[in-house]
Design a protein around this ligand. Structure first.
Ligand SMILES: O=c1ccn([C@@H]2O[C@H](COP(=O)(O)O)[C@@H](O)[C@H]2O)c(=O)[nH]1
Length: 256
């Protein structure tokens, strides 16, 4: 489940669009599902838009999730030239950083090799990465389905790079990919990935649990991700929890 405290959701929950509103929102989500869902995925952008006070709230949310032992994927989609990527790795993957998470989303579109500092830091800190391969938004296709010189799609080459790094890891490698749940065909092989697939797009973007099987089959380890589709049920803790519980059952059935 995502924590996406957008202005629209804050207003719908009767909360101010301020760091205090963010904090109330996030604490409610953590209280509702922190012990229920496999992964919580805060969206960094909704904290960053409040400046340093928003980042401070994100730090407290990450600390609380860490305290509870909830697995956290920070959706920050970072990526840059290698030397700057090393600084992002320190920020998000070094366990001593207040912004560290169990995994972070990263973009490989400055070249897969530019992610090496993140890959190294993740290995050092027993953390993981989710590398954007085929995103859930329709605009992604123009870049990600472009065909490389060897005939593979760009998104497919990302999958292959991640699969190569995960080869031999048991039970799964710590490097995953992002593949939108909204995709109708993958044009790439996920069965050989040997790592998790983060699949955002269920709910507000139109994907549903039944479609997960059509897109991913049953061979991949898929972590479907929902933000607005569940958050719209708030601010009641019981309603959020009930919605999450139902969706977990539907996704499990679709993917088993
Ligand atoms: O391909 C991608 C990668 C990331 N996201 C992020 O997931 C959530 C989706 O929110 P919903 O409200 O469930 O649509 C959001 O934080 C995105 O930035 C994605 O949608 N697609």
């Amino acid at each position: 489940m995502g924590i996406d405290p957008s202005p629209a959701l804050l207003a719908a929950w009767g909360l101010p669009d301020t760091p205090e509103g963010l904090e109330r929102f996030s604490r409610t989500v953590v209280e509702a599902v922190g012990d229920l869902v496999a992964v919580v995925k805060p969206q960094s952008a909704f904290f960053e838009r409040h400046g340093s006070r928003g980042i401070a709230v994100l730090e407290t949310v990450l600390a609380e999730l860490r305290r509870r032992g909830t697995v956290v994927v920070l959706d920050a989609k970072r990526g840059d030239i290698g030397s700057t990527t090393a600084a992002y790795a320190d920020a998000y993957l070094d366990r001593s950083s207040p912004l560290s998470a169990d995994a972070v989303t990263v973009t490989p579109y400055l070249g897969f090799g530019s992610l090496q500092p993140m890959i190294d830091k993740a290995a050092e800190h027993d953390a993981g990465l989710f590398v954007l391969a085929r995103t859930s938004n329709p605009e992604g296709a123009g870049v990600q389905l472009a065909v490389a010189a060897d005939g593979r799609t760009v998104g497919g080459t990302i999958l292959d790079e991640v699969a190569a790094l995960n080869r031999g890891a048991a039970p799964l490698g710590s490097l995953g990919v992002v593949l939108g749940a909204t995709l109708t065909g993958l044009a790439a092989d996920v069965a050989g990935l040997n790592g998790p697939v983060l699949a955002p797009g269920v709910g507000a973007q139109g994907a549903d649990p039944a479609g997960l099987r059509r897109t991913f089959g049953t061979a991949a380890t898929v972590v479907p991700s929902v933000s607005r589709g569940l958050l719209a049920r708030g601010p009641g803790v019981a309603d959020l929890r009930e919605g999450a519980r139902r969706l977990i059952d539907e996704c499990a059935e679709a993917l088993s």
